[in-house]
Design a protein around this ligand. Structure first.
Ligand code: PMV
Length: 324
């Protein structure tokens, strides 16, 4: 019986978004992206390879995973088995510490934790770069969750040179994100399908790639300056430029819901009143507000008439992968 290994990985939210794959099988993106790893939302995954098993055994928060999830995770384990020359099935237990199934990206922390625990349980000793490359094969955003703080996923062109690098692992300034959980319904259009449609049909897609690439050095400079306004402005632009590509796809689609606009309006009004706060959103309706801790009480108060306290989750920069 093999060793049982538990790894923890935190989720991340992109400030400059990843949107679109040049190689869908290897998950090589068209553009580089840059994210912040969050402290509060993480996944603990335990993996054990065993001669006793006749199939992979995969559980989520104590219950057997659905067929789609288990198939995806088994395919990911196949990559580890191949690399380690280990022809054994695995028992995988995943606990997601993401409050009330918040509709926040758990695939980022999920595949980063599975890559870390799985590779170690299989006897592989991967460095962070190779761990990032492996996590990338599960979910693009997982590439970045290997590291803490601010992280860049350098797009590269192939399996070897597409991986994340730390930009600022220990964040010694006061940036925060308030996640506004609008609903936890299953996404109508998964990010995978949404990206593929956009790349194939939006006439704006080439402009997206160009502007996203140009935004990376600008964002890095804003982070070095610890300039919340510049970081926020660039993040907001990146998010809205990404969402513009979905509106311009054929047929058009959007992740916006009425409550999304409500949340955005609150942020815009606060800003007009001199509060430094900015919004971003991913492949779902939830809004994340970028701010510093001094502004947080005022922002929470302005959101309170529209959203319950359980819908408002405050997060700070978090750490990279660790083993328990
Ligand atoms: O890794 P995926 O397939 O869940 O895609 C994530 C895409 C966005 O969340 C919309 C942007 C990003 O960079 O995380």
């Amino acid at each position: 019986m093999g060793q049982s290994i538990t790894a923890r990985a935190h989720t991340n939210i992109a400030l400059i978004k990843y949107w679109g794959k040049q190689n869908p099988e290897l998950i090589i993106p068209y553009n580089s992206s840059l994210s912040m790893t969050l402290d509060h939302f993480y996944t603990d995954t335990t993996v054990r390879f065993s001669t006793d098993l006749t199939a992979d055994q995969i559980s989520f928060n104590g219950a057997i995973a659905d067929t789609k999830t288990s198939t995806q995770m088994s395919q990911f384990l196949d990559l580890i088995r191949k690399q380690a020359h280990l022809p054994l099935f695995a028992a995988v237990e995943t606990i997601n510490h993401v409050p009330n199934a918040a509709g926040l990206a758990s695939s980022a922390s999920g595949y980063a934790a599975l890559a870390a625990a799985g590779s170690r349980a299989a006897g592989l000793e991967l460095n962070d770069r190779d761990l990032s490359r492996l996590a990338r094969r599960g979910s693009g955003s997982a590439t970045r969750s290997i590291y803490g703080g601010f992280v860049e996923w350098q797009r590269g062109t192939n399996d070897l040179d597409s991986y994340a690098v730390p930009v600022q692992e220990t964040v010694d300034w006061d940036i925060q994100m308030i996640a506004i959980v609008l609903n936890d319904r299953q996404k109508a259009i998964a990010s995978r399908a949404g990206m593929a449609n956009t790349v194939a049909t939006s006439p704006y897609y080439p402009a997206w790639v160009e502007t996203a690439q140009a935004a990376i050095p600008a964002m890095k400079a804003a982070i070095v300056k610890k300039d919340i306004n510049l970081v926020g402005q660039l993040a907001e632009q990146s998010a809205m430029q990404m969402h513009a590509t979905t509106l311009s796809a054929v047929p058009p689609f959007t992740y916006f819901e009425p409550e999304t606009l409500q949340a955005i309006k609150v942020v815009q009004t606060l800003r007009q009143q001199g509060v430094s706060c900015y919004y971003t959103m991913d492949a779902g309706p939830n809004v994340k507000v970028i701010c510093t801790s001094q502004e947080t009480p005022q922002i929470l108060a302005a959101l309170a008439p529209y959203f319950s306290p359980e819908q408002l989750l405050v997060a700070k920069p978090g750490p990279g992968v660790s083993y328990r």
